[in-house]
Write a protein that binds this ligand. Structure first.
Ligand SMILES: [Zn+2]
Length: 258
């Protein structure tokens, strides 16, 4: 009797959680209201360069990011004027769990995702509205880390760990990475070859109709690079050199599937 009751209670909880997740997902995909995104900066090293950069970081630095989604939403026919509303939280002083390296097992990736969600839940306090998406921006001194580890956007839990440079010169390319990871949390997929990093044709090309297709002038945001030669692709210097392609727009619910 008690066993059955326990199963009924557990099933009830499971269905309630699933329904809640489904409701939130469909609310976010409807784009009737702005998506609230909170940015949590933190230092990825103990360099004075990183510390000084974080001390000077302001919400205004991220305005081009919010403006980008306004412009792209408008271009793609989204009726909502301000699709993304950004909030900058105070700098965090605690390190997130280190993400799995390429080559680690699927189990390691699942465990990290669970640890990350728990860590985020403990450290996501910020003024302003409760965020729909949480982006943890880990800043690194470019002199100490000329190449950064992979950033990771998690759809489950709608959060991302984004690796960026603590340098004003890299502000534009940092924002490309932040926008890319934000769209991963909304269900957008990568549109480049994981082995070669070359954009996939046609979905990873900003202008696949162009003749000849290479060189391109812009990058598709989820391809992340501008194909300029058979085996060469440039990293965009700013969001102005990228756009959101039709397939990505469908994946995030901006454009309805035919
Ligand atoms: Zn990606």
């Amino acid at each position: 009797m008690f066993k059955r009751l326990r199963i009924v209670v557990l099933l009830f909880i499971l269905v309630t959680v699933a329904l809640g997740t489904w409701r939130t997902e469909s609310r976010l995909r409807d784009w009737q209201n702005s998506l609230h995104v909170t940015l949590y900066p933190l230092a990825g090293d103990d360099s004075p360069v990183t510390r000084t950069y974080l001390a000077g970081l302001q919400a205004a630095h991220f305005e081009p990011l919010a403006d980008y989604f306004d412009t792209e939403g408008h271009r793609l026919g989204l009726p909502l004027l301000k699709p993304v509303s950004l909030q900058l939280a105070p700098t965090l002083h605690t390190a997130p769990p280190p993400p799995p390296k390429s080559g680690d097992s699927t189990l390691a990736a699942i465990l990290w995702s669970l640890q990350m969600r728990y860590w985020a839940w403990r450290h996501d306090e910020s003024p302003g509205p409760k965020p729909d998406v949480r982006l943890f921006l880990v800043y690194h001194d470019p002199a100490r880390s000329p190449a950064l580890a992979h950033s990771t956007g998690l759809r489950e839990g709608r959060m991302a760990l984004v690796q960026v440079f603590a340098s004003p010169a890299d502000q534009g390319s940092n924002q490309v990475v932040v926008a890319h990871e934000l769209l991963h949390t909304l269900g957008a997929t990568d549109k480049y070859d994981l082995a070669t990093l070359m954009p996939n044709f046609p979905d990873g090309y900003a202008d696949p109709q162009r003749e000849p297709p290479i060189p391109q002038e812009q990058a598709e945001l989820m391809a992340g690079r501008i194909p300029v030669g058979g085996q060469t692709a440039d990293i965009p210097a700013s969001l102005g050199q990228t756009l959101i392609g039709p397939r990505t727009a469908r994946e995030i619910g901006w454009v309805k599937s035919p």
